[in-house]
Design a protein around this ligand. Structure first.
Ligand SMILES: Cc1ncc(COP(=O)(O)O)c(C=O)c1O
Length: 433
C-alpha cells in the first residue's frame, strides 16, 4: 500500500467523517503554487487551500515575518497583554477597506468567527434581530454562519434548531435566469409576507458567491442593496472572506460596484495560511458593543498578525491587484478556447482571478453535471493539478491559484487541465448532445 493510501486508511479509522475530502493526496511540502505529496509526486496548486494562498505557499516575506515573531513571543492574548502588530494590522486594514467613512477593525481566527461577530455587532448597533442572506451563499459552519448559509445539504440538515429570523432571497445569477430585478422583487416580497424590514438588522452578501459557484453579483444590484439598507436602517455586511485581498482584481470585490459596506468580514488570504480573520467596519458601528463583548483567546494571534502585515506588503509590492486582472484574463481566454472543444463547459466566468467553469449536460444551464465535475477533480489530480469543485449543484470548477504564480506554471497547469479533460473526454464530449 502506498503512503497516500495508508494515510487515507488511517484517516478513515481515526477522523470523524464529517470533515469532507476532495483528494486522497497527502501533502509533504509546498512552495508558491507547487505542492509535493508524501510519495514525492508533483502538483500545481490551483486551489490554494480554498482561496487562502493569494500570496502562495510559504512566501519568503511571510516566512521571515513568522521567524522573527517566533524569536519574540507566540502568544499573550491581546486582551491580556496587547502587542503592536495587532494595532498596526488594524490600522492598515482600516486604510485599505472600501469607502471614506472612518473605520475600525477587530481580529479573529476563522471566517465563520468573523461572520458571527459581524452579526453580533450589527444586532447590538441596530437593536434589531432579523437578518437577510442569500440562497447559495456560504458563510461558515458555526451556528449563526450555518444559518446564514443558503444551502441545506450538507451544511444545515440535521444540525437544527438554527438561528431564528434568518431569511434568504435568491442571489442574482444571469446564467440561471435570475436577474437583479428578480432578486430585489423577492426581497420586497419577503418584507411583505415574512418580516418587517424594521426588524432587520442586516443584509449579508458575498459579492461573488464562493462555495455557491463563483457568480458575481451585478454591481447595480449591490448599489440597490445599499439604497435598500439605507432606506430601512439596515446594515450592509460584505462577506469578502473568499473574494478579498486582490483576488478579483481589486483589493475587495465590493470596490467593483463603488459601494461602501457598513461591515466587512475577511479571512482566508489575509495571512498567507495562518488562521486569521477580521471584521472591518464603520467606526461608529464597530464601537457599539461594550468592552468584553467581543474577542477570543487566540483572536488576532501574534503569529497571524505578523503574517497578515507581510501579506499586505506583498500585495502592494508585487502588484497583485493588477496581477489578478492579468491572470484572470489569461485564464478566461484559455478556458473559453477549451469551451469550444468541450461542450460540457457550459459557462466560463470570472471577476479578476476568481474564475470558474460550469459543467452541464446538453449545453443546458438547467442540466448540471456534478458527476463530471467530480471526475474532473480526480482526473486533474492524476495529471498533477489540484482543482476544486463548488456550486449549489456541485458542477462548478473554481480556480484559486496563487496570484504569485508565474506565467509558465499557469500555462502548464492549464495544459494539465486539458489533459484531464481529454482523459474524461468521452463524457465531456458526449455532453455536447
Ligand atoms: C464567503 C465565505 N464566508 C465564510 C467562510 C467561512 O470561513 P471559515 O471556513 O474560515 O470559517 C467561507 C469559507 O469558505 C467563505 O467562503
Amino acid at each position: 500500500m502506498g503512503r497516500n493510501a495508508d494515510l487515507h486508511r488511517r484517516r478513515g479509522a481515526a477522523i470523524a467523517r464529517g470533515v469532507g475530502h476532495s483528494l486522497s493526496v497527502y501533502a509533504q511540502r509546498a512552495h508558491n503554487a507547487e505542492l509535493w505529496d508524501v510519495e514525492g509526486r508533483h502538483y500545481i496548486d490551483f486551489a490554494g487551500g480554498i482561496g487562502v494562498l493569494n500570496t502562495g505557499h510559504l512566501h519568503p516575506r511571510v516566512v521571515a515575518a513568522l521567524q522573527q515573531q517566533l524569536q519574540q513571543f507566540s502568544h499573550t492574548c491581546f486582551q491580556v497583554t496587547p502587542y503592536e502588530s495587532y494595532v498596526t494590522l488594524a490600522e492598515r486594514l482600516n486604510a485599505v477597506a472600501p469607502g471614506a467613512t472612518p473605520k475600525k477593525s477587530i481580529l479573529f481566527s476563522t471566517g465563520a468567527e468573523a461572520v458571527e461577530n459581524a452579526l453580533k455587532i450589527a444586532r447590538y448597533h441596530t437593536r434589531r434581530s432579523a437578518v437577510l442572506a442569500f440562497a447559495g451563499g456560504f458563510h461558515g459552519r458555526t451556528f449563526a454562519a450555518m444559518t446564514l448559509t443558503g444551502k441545506v445539504q450538507p451544511y444545515k440538515a440535521g444540525f437544527g434548531p438554527l438561528l431564528p429570523e434568518v431569511f434568504h432571497a435568491p442571489f442574482p445569477i444571469a446564467y440561471h435566469g435570475i436577474t437583479a430585478q428578480d432578486s430585489l422583487a423577492a426581497i420586497e416580497q419577503l418584507f411583505k409576507a415574512d418580516v418587517d424590514p424594521a426588524r432587520v438588522a442586516a443584509v449579508i452578501i458575498e459579492p461573488v458567491l464562493g462555495e455557491g459557484g463563483f457568480y458575481a453579483a451585478p454591481p447595480e444590484f449591490l448599489r440597490s442593496l445599499r439604497t435598500l439598507c439605507d432606506s430601512h436602517g439596515m446594515l450592509l455586511i460584505a462577506d469578502e472572506v473568499q473574494s478579498g485581498f486582490a483576488r478579483t482584481g481589486r483589493m475587495f470585490a465590493f470596490e467593483h460596484a463603488g459601494v461602501e459596506p457598513d461591515l466587512m468580514t475577511v479571512a482566508k488570504s489575509i495571512a498567507g495560511g495562518l488562521p486569521l480573520s477580521a471584521v472591518i467596519g464603520k467606526a461608529e458601528i464597530m464601537d457599539s458593543p461594550l468592552p468584553g463583548g467581543l474577542g477570543g483567546t487566540y483572536a488576532g494571534s501574534p503569529l497571524a498578525c505578523a503574517a497578515g502585515l507581510a501579506v499586505l506588503d506583498v500585495i502592494r509590492e508585487e502588484h497583485l491587484v493588477e496581477r489578478a486582472q492579468q491572470l484572470g484574463a489569461a485564464l478566461v481566454s484559455r478556458l473559453k478556447a477549451l469551451q469550444v472543444k468541450y461542450g460540457a463547459i457550459g459557462d466560463v466566468r470570472g471577476l479578476g482571478a476568481m474564475v470558474a467553469i460550469e459543467l452541464v449536460k446538453n449545453r443546458r444551464a438547467d442540466q448540471p453535471d456534478a458527476e463530471l465535475a467530480r471526475a474532473l477533480v480526480q482526473a486533474a489530480a492524476r495529471h498533477g493539478l489540484i482543482i476544486l469543485s463548488c456550486g449549489v449543484y456541485g458542477n462548478v470548477i473554481r480556480f484559486l491559484a496563487p496570484l504569485t504564480i508565474g506565467d509558465a506554471l499557469l500555462a502548464e497547469g492549464l495544459e494539465r487541465l486539458e489533459a484531464a479533460l481529454a482523459e474524461i473526454a468521452p463524457a465531456a464530449m458526449a455532453a455536447t448532445g
